[in-house]
Design a protein around this ligand. Structure first.
Ligand code: FAD
Ligand code: FES
Length: 509
């Protein structure tokens, strides 16, 4: 994703604009010299901020104002209008802010504002914090702790030898060959040094001694903690069929997996993707971009039907078929040979590369063996605390109470994991922040991006406004008259508004 965001257009705000030209509750794009700037107005207050999102450069002028924040249309990051701070992931860095002056009925931008000083962490705070898992949640927690002013000892342990990276990209632009290697790490090594983060990469945590408050690493070292975050994510499932362990059969979770797929794709002509999951289908699109013939095998009649319903699933299938992908639905693989896959009806598909996109299992072994409460995920309360008050859990591994329904849910979304990492970080510092964010995810297939807000495991009606095939639609999933989730294609602003609406329906504590 790139776009034209950031190209300076519109009036130069240094020369002044009438206050009335900025819609109340809205924004006016323009520039300060060569920099793209957005004026945002809340009644008589006017803010001047950078116009591009610091995540992938989304155009903030096409987003919405919510309270004193501006939200990005692409992946729903939010920035504080007064300070520029990235108050919601997936953005991590602030946008710039400018000083604004009102002279009569006109607004002038006078110069860059200086960023506010960092807060000091509330005292007393834990002397030693250990985070296990260097993915979305773990990295977000590290960054949030230092942003909150935490100055104590901070260690990030990860089984992955890489610096924390942009996992969603692994099945999209990176796998398709459109994202260079340097886009993938979330931060350079220098960032962690500056932030005094003790990085233990490529070393899984093997055991947890909760009585002594020690984490035991695979290299035999022990790390003491006063507060611990388990952000161990999820592991890709493998079908238990003959041939599943052949070297040309791949799963996709890590940067190493994606690199391995890129390498294998360079030697292959024909790929079979097992599973019509988001990751399986995104991988199919990326392998098509590399020129491979791709066939998808899945047991369901419609791809993604369980999550997105028949209409969106059928649309996604049409999009893929339009790019030459063949589907074998209602079928399961029986065996994987060196050059083919045999299906349950006895038919065979030639394949010199096989991708298994058949879902993930939450990574709970460490928690389970330490005696923490685990039930299809590490059980946490609304503050993301596990059954041990010194241990928190966040991300794909955690099952938490949905603030809207009270039901425990486990979500596998990048932004949810990041937001949970932040909430857990603040709660480790003694806050009592409830995790009540509305889930959001996006999925990209060729030039089609689907945005989804809310959470619907079952619904009694699906309402489509617009046309999916025209790539301009809003799909509402309802139960008992309540909208549980909204998927959009080509309507990013509506996705933001739907999220805002769902936030407002949060039951009072
Ligand atoms: C290819 C791909 C594409 C995706 N695309 C999207 C998308 O477009 N939109 C979206 O919303 N979501 C997407 N997701 C899902 C999203 O990436 C996950 O929901 C998110 O990464 C979960 O974050 P996490 O921190 O819980 O786990 P992860 O990001 O998986 O991080 C877990 C970390 O824990 C480490 N770990 C595990 N066990 C141990 C241990 N015992 N000791 C030490 N370290 C350990 C792992 O090595 C890993 O670094 C995608 C996922 C994949 C795999
Ligand atoms: S580009 Fe703004 S949130 Fe991704």
């Amino acid at each position: 994703m790139g776009g034209e965001a950031g190209k300076p257009v519109g009036p130069d705000f240094q020369a002044g604009v009438p206050l009335e030209s900025i819609p109340d509750g809205g924004t006016l794009p323009g520039r300060v010299g060569d920099e793209a700037v957005l004026l945002a107005r809340r009644s008589d207050r006017v803010f001047a901020v950078g116009a591009s999102c610091t995540h992938y450069g989304g155009p903030l002028a096409e987003g919405i104002l919510a309270g004193e924040t501006v939200r990005c249309p692409w992946h729903h990051a939010a920035f504080d209008l007064a300070t520029g701070a990235a108050v919601r992931p997936p953005a991590r860095d602030p946008i710039p802010c400018w000083n604004v002056e009102r002279r009569g009925a006109a607004i002038f931008v006078t110069g860059r504002a200086t960023p506010p000083p960092r807060p000091a962490a509330p005292l007393p705070h834990p002397a030693r914090i250990v985070i296990v898992g260097g993915g979305a949640a773990g990295n977000a927690a590290v960054e949030a702790l230092r942003l909150e002013g935490y100055s104590g000892s901070l260690t990030l342990v990860s089984a992955d030898a890489e610096l924390p990276y942009d996992r969603p990209n692994l099945s999209k632009d990176y796998l398709a060959g459109n994202a260079p290697e340097e886009w993938i790490p979330l931060r350079g090594r220098a960032f962690y040094e500056e932030q005094r983060v003790d990085l233990r990469l490529g070393v899984p945590a093997e055991a947890l001694d909760r009585e002594r408050r020690h984490v035991v690493l695979a290299d035999g070292k022990e790390l003491g903690y006063d507060a611990l975050l388990l952000a161990t994510g999820a592991d890709p499932a493998r079908l238990p069929i003959p041939g599943a362990d052949r070297p040309h059969v791949k799963t996709l979770r890590t940067l190493g997996d994606s690199r391995g797929l890129v390498e294998a794709a360079g030697r292959a002509k024909k790929a079979v993707v097992l599973g019509a999951s988001f990751i399986g289908l995104e991988a199919a699109a990326s392998l098509r971009a590399r020129g491979l013939a791709v066939e998808v095998v899945a047991p369901e009649a419609v791809p993604l039907e369980r999550v997105m319903g028949q209409e969106v699933g059928a649309f996604v299938r049409r999009v893929h078929e339009g790019h030459g992908v063949a589907f074998h639905l209602g079928r399961t693989p029986r065996e994987i040979g060196p050059t083919d896959v045999t299906l349950d009806d006895g038919s065979t598909l030639r394949a010199d590369l096989v991708v298994m996109g058949v879902g993930v299992r939450p990574s709970t072994t460490l928690a389970e063996s330490a005696g923490l409460a685990v039930d299809r995920g590490i059980l946490v309360d609304g503050h993301l605390k596990t059954s041990d008050p010194a241990v928190f859990a966040a991300g794909d591994a955690a099952r938490y109470p949905d603030a809207r329904t009270g039901e425990r849910i486990r979500i596998e979304h990048w932004v949810v994991a990041q937001r949970q990492g932040r909430t857990a970080a603040r709660n480790m510092l003694g806050r009592s922040e409830q995790f009540d964010a509305v889930p959001f995810f996006w999925s990209a297939h060729y030039d089609v991006t689907i945005s989804y807000v809310g959470h619907a495991e079952a619904w009694d009606s699906v309402e489509i406004d617009g046309s999916l095939d025209a790539r301009n639609a809003r799909v509402s999933y309802r139960k008992d008259g309540r909208t549980l989730a909204v998927a959009t294609v080509g309507r990013d602003r509506e996705s933001l508004l739907a999220e805002l609406e769902m936030e407002r329906t949060l039951p009072a504590d």
